[in-house]
Ligand binder design. Structure first.
Ligand SMILES: C[S@@+](CC[C@H](N)C(=O)[O-])C[C@H]1O[C@@H](n2cnc3c(N)ncnc32)[C@H](O)[C@@H]1O
Length: 224
């Protein structure tokens, strides 16, 4: 996908009542159509954030997209008193008319104001969203991005390997490995063999976990 290419994106409902988005250029959904909230909680919060006992951490998300993962991390920060520096990179920001129309599940509807704040925040600077949550949205191309921060946790939420193999390249994982503190974790919905191999060759210990509803497996990689 080239930067000049206009992305045709639309809102679609998912099985748990939460919206997701669909990129018509690539024919890719942003989350599982079985349930976007259910999948994000399973892969990124339960298998990711809650697997670390840190009270202060830096999270990197590959693909800000709808902002749902960022909102779930913010809610964890609020409800569990965790300090989070949340870095997230996006090449194709979602238009305002889509994020304002995004349906959240009843469980987190009370946090809608924060969802809007995450989207309205300026790009390419630290923005204090709550006392404990700092957001830094990077407008850029992950395949070219040079990571300078030390990180503890990665939400690896790129489109599929079949559509964007360059997003899952071994050298991307090597860069993460270099910048990651020991004990750090990469978590992703994807479980393709080539992705696991690229993570292993980059130095990670890779484990396959049960996937969110509708998907057999997901992957978690740890820097030992
Ligand atoms: C699976 S969706 C991410 C879903 C997102 N985490 C969420 O919670 O909605 C993949 C995202 O990666 C973005 N993306 C695609 N190519 C990219 C690139 N080269 N660099 C950065 N982001 C990219 C897409 O625009 C899309 O938002």
């Amino acid at each position: 996908m080239e930067r000049q290419e206009v992305q045709k994106i639309k809102l679609v409902p998912t099985g748990d009542g939460t919206s997701t988005l669909f990129n018509q250029n690539l024919g890719e959904h942003y989350h599982s159509v079985r349930g976007s909230y259910t999948e994000s909680m399973h892969v990124y919060i339960n298998a990711g954030l809650r697997s670390l006992s840190l009270k202060q951490l830096t999270v990197l998300e590959v693909g800000f997209g709808s902002g749902l993962n960022a909102l779930l991390a913010l809610i964890e920060s609020l409800t569990r008193g965790i300090k989070i520096h949340y870095l997230t990179i996006e090449k194709y920001p979602v238009p305002q008319e889509l994020w304002t129309g995004f349906s959240l599940p009843a469980e987190i509807e009370q946090y809608r104001e924060y969802f809007l704040t995450l989207h309205s925040a300026p790009w390419d600077e630290d923005v204090q969203i709550t006392g404990d949550f700092v957001l830094h949205k990077i407008l850029g191309d992950w395949t070219q991005y040079e990571l300078k921060h030390s990180i503890d946790l990665v939400f690896y939420d790129a489109f599929s390997y079949d559509k964007q193999p360059e997003m899952w390249a071994q050298e991307r994982f090597e860069m993460i490995y270099r910048q990651m503190r020991p004990g750090g974790v990469v978590t992703t919905y994807a479980a393709k063999g080539v992705i696991k191999n690229n993570l292993r060759h980059a130095g990670f210990s890779v484990e396959r976990l049960p996937g969110a509803p509708g998907k057999r497996h997901m992957v978690r990689a740890i820097k030992k």
